[in-house]
Design a protein around this ligand. Structure first.
Ligand code: ZN
Length: 559
C-alpha cells in the first residue's frame, strides 16, 4: 500500500515538474529532495508518538507541557537546529492536572461511568459516595433570580452529586459531513475576495503598553448573567452548600466528551466537577426522574502546579546565511486540553513543523533567511503564548520593535490531520501570488494555491496574533477529516486519529514553502503603511483568557 502510493506520487511529481512557475524562481531540485526525505525518512509519527503518548495531555502550566517542550528542543538540536530555548511568559495562574479518576453508579444498578474532570477544579477527598440530585436552572436568570432559585436548595444539595441541567438530546446524524474538500470547493475559497477591513485611515493611536486588564463587569440584579457569571455563582453556591460533586452533561454523540475549565481558574471556587458522556448522564437522569434513588461514587485526584504561572514557548532555528537577520517562522501550539492526548489539536501541527525543519536540515538546505520554529503554549486560553511572543519580539505595525521590519512570514498548522489544501496570508495580492507560485509544483500533494486576507482580527489560531500586529501570518486551509465531528477538544483526540499520508504531505509542503520564502531575493511583500488595514477596535487591549469559549475557531477554513 505504502509502496504503491510512493509510485503514484513520483509519477505525478514528474508531470508537475513539466510546468514551471510563471514569475517565481522556485528551486525544484531542492523541492524534489524535500519530497524524497519527507516520504522516505519521515519522523513525523515518531514525534507525534512522543508528544501524545509520552507527554499528553499538555495543559498550559502543566509539568507535561514543559517536559514536552524540553524534549522537542533536544530533538530539534539532534536534527541540527540551533538556539533551542524555552521563552517564558506570564500565564498568571497555577497549572492544573488530573491524575486519577474513577466514576461508578452503585445503586440501583452497578456500572462504570465515562467522565472527564473539568479543568481547574479540585479533586474529591478520596472515594466519595452520594445520591444524584437533578438541578434544572432557570433560563437566563439575573443574579437575584438565580439566588432566589438556589437558596431553597441549600440544605438538599449537601452531600449530593448534582447533575446540572436536563440531558441534551443528541440526534442521530443521517448525512455525514465530508471528510475531504472537493478541489472546486477549495478553489472557491482561494478565489474569494480577501476578508478584512478597509485601509487604516483613522486608526486610533495605540497605547504605548498594553493597557491593564479591565476587571470583568459586575452583573447588576437587573441584567441576565452571562454564562461565566452564572457558572461562577452556581459553583460558589455548590461549594458553600457542601455538594460532593458537580456533574455536567457532555451533550455529544458516541461517548465524546469535551472538558474545558472552571471559568475562575481557581480550584477553591468550584466543587469537584466532571463532564459525563451524554449516554451515562441521560441514564442517571431518567432513573432519577422515575423517583428512584441513584447512588454514585467518585474518586478524583487533581493537582495544581504553582510553577505553571510561568509558561513557555519553545523556539529553535536554522540560522540563515547572507540574510540571517531576517526571519521566516513556522509553528503550532504545543498545549492541549486534557480529555485526550491532544493529537489533532495540536501535537500534529507541532510534529509537522518540526518535521519540516528536519527535512530542511537533513537535505542540507542552507536557507538565506533564518528559519525559526515556534511551539506555542496558552493557545487554548486565548492565543496567550503567541500574543506574548509577538508583543515581546515584534510589537505592532503602529509601534514596531526593530525585529518587526525583519519578519518575512509565519506559517501555522492547527486544523487537525487533514492535509494542507491552501494558504491564507495576511498581506497584499502579491504575497498570495508568490505563495501560490511557490507551491504550484506540489498540487499532487493536495495543495491548490494561496489566498490573502486583510483581517487583523485575532481569533482562530496563532497566525492571527501576527496578523493583528500587521505581520504576514500564513494559516493552513486543511481537509476537515474528523476534526470538528470527533477529535477537536474531545476525549477521542489521540494518536490513532492521525492520517499518516496526509501529515507527511503537509510537512513536505511546509518545508518547500518555508524554504522558498527564506531564499527569494526580496522578503514576502507586506502592506504598505497606507494599505495597512485597521486593527479592530476591540483588540486594543491585552488579550483576556476565554475560559468557557475555546479559542480555536469552529470552522477549519480561514479566508
Ligand atoms: Zn488548536
Amino acid at each position: 500500500m505504502r509502496k504503491a502510493t510512493t509510485v503514484v506520487v513520483v509519477a505525478l511529481v514528474v508531470a508537475a515538474f513539466a510546468r514551471t512557475a510563471a514569475e517565481e524562481r522556485v528551486d525544484l531540485d531542492m523541492f524534489w529532495k524535500f519530497r524524497q526525505e519527507g516520504i522516505g525518512n519521515s519522523k513525523v509519527l515518531e514525534t507525534l508518538h512522543v508528544l501524545t503518548d509520552v507527554y499528553g495531555p499538555r495543559m498550559t502550566g502543566s509539568p507535561n507541557l514543559k517536559a514536552a517542550g524540553e524534549w522537542a528542543i533536544g530533538q530539534m538540536h539532534a536534527w541540527g537546529l540551533k538556539q533551542g530555548r524555552l521563552e517564558p511568559w506570564d500565564f498568571n495562574r497555577d497549572g492544573w492536572t488530573n491524575e486519577r479518576l474513577t466514576a461508578h453508579i452503585v445503586s440501583p444498578v452497578k456500572d462504570a461511568l465515562v467522565v472527564e474532570a473539568l479543568g481547574w477544579t479540585p479533586g474529591t477527598s478520596g472515594a466519595v459516595r452520594g445520591s444524584a440530585m437533578q438541578m434544572t436552572l432557570p433560563q437566563r436568570p439575573t443574579r437575584a433570580a438565580l439566588t432566589a432559585y438556589l437558596e431553597p436548595l441549600k440544605a438538599s444539595v449537601k452531600g449530593k452529586m448534582v447533575l446540572v441541567g436536563a440531558p441534551q438530546q443528541v440526534l442521530v446524524t443521517f448525512s455525514k459531513p465530508a471528510l475531504r474538500r472537493d478541489d472546486s470547493d477549495v478553489m472557491n475559497t482561494l478565489n474569494a475576495a480577501p476578508a478584512g477591513g478597509p485601509p487604516q485611515q483613522q486608526a486610533p493611536a495605540p497605547a504605548a503598553q498594553p493597557p491593564a486588564a479591565t476587571p470583568p463587569a459586575q452583573p447588576t440584579d437587573e441584567q441576565p448573567l452571562n454564562n461565566n457569571q452564572l457558572q461562577q455563582q452556581l459553583n460558589q453556591f455548590l461549594v458553600d452548600s457542601g455538594a460532593l460533586v458537580r456533574i455536567n452533561d457532555a451533550g455529544r454523540d458516541h461517548g465524546q466528551i469535551r472538558a474545558f475549565n472552571n471559568p475562575a481558574y481557581d480550584v477553591a471556587k468550584a466543587p469537584p466537577t466532571v463532564v459525563m458522556r451524554n449516554e451515562d448522564y441521560g441514564r442517571i437522569w431518567r432513573l432519577a426522574a422515575d423517583g428512584r434513588t441513584v447512588d454514585l461514587e467518585f474518586d478524583i485526584v487533581n493537582r495544581t502546579h504553582p510553577e505553571g504561572r510561568t509558561s513557555y514557548n519553545v523556539i529553535a532555528e536554522i540560522p540563515g546565511t547572507d540574510k540571517a537577520d531576517e526571519v521566516v517562522m513556522l509553528g503550532g501550539h504545543l498545549d492541549s486540553w486534557h480529555a485526550g492526548t491532544g493529537a489533532t489539536d495540536n501535537a500534529i501541527g507541532c510534529a509537522i513543523m518540526m518535521e519540516a525543519a528536519r527535512i530542511l536540515t537533513a537535505t542540507g538546505a542552507k536557507p538565506r533567511r533564518t528559519v525559526r520554529v515556534a511551539l506555542w503554549s496558552g493557545e487554548e486560553q486565548g492565543l496567550l503564548g503567541s500574543q506574548a511572543y509577538v508583543r515581546e519580539h515584534f510589537g505592532t505595525v503602529e509601534q514596531p520593535k526593530p525585529e518587526h521590519a525583519k519578519f518575512a512570514g509565519y506559517f501555522n498548522v492547527d486544523n487537525g490531520t487533514g492535509h494542507v489544501r491552501g494558504w491564507t496570508v495576511f498581506g497584499p495580492p502579491a504575497a498570495g501570488t508568490i505563495l501560490r507560485e511557490a507551491v504550484a509544483s506540489l498540487k499532487d500533494l493536495g495543495v491548490m494555491g494561496a489566498t490573502t486576507t486583510r483581517s487583523r482580527q485575532r481569533g482562530g489560531t496563532d497566525h492571527t496574533s501576527f496578523n493583528e500586529a500587521g505581520l504576514p501570518g500564513i494559516g493552513a486551509i486543511q481537509d476537515p477529516i474528523e476534526y470538528q465531528t470527533y477529535t477537536w477538544h474531545t476525549n477521542l483526540d489521540t494518536y490513532e486519529r492521525i492520517v499518516e499520508d496526509d501529515v507527511k504531505k503537509t510537512a513536505i509542503v511546509v518545508a518547500s514553502a518555508v524554504y522558498h520564502l527564506a531564499m527569494r531575493d526580496e522578503p514576502l511583500p507586506r502592506f504598505t503603511k497606507d494599505e495597512m488595514p485597521r486593527r479592530p477596535q476591540q483588540q486594543q487591549q491585552q488579550p483576556q483568557p476565554q475560559p468557557s469559549a475555546p479559542a480555536v475557531a469552529p470552522t477549519p477554513v480561514t479566508r
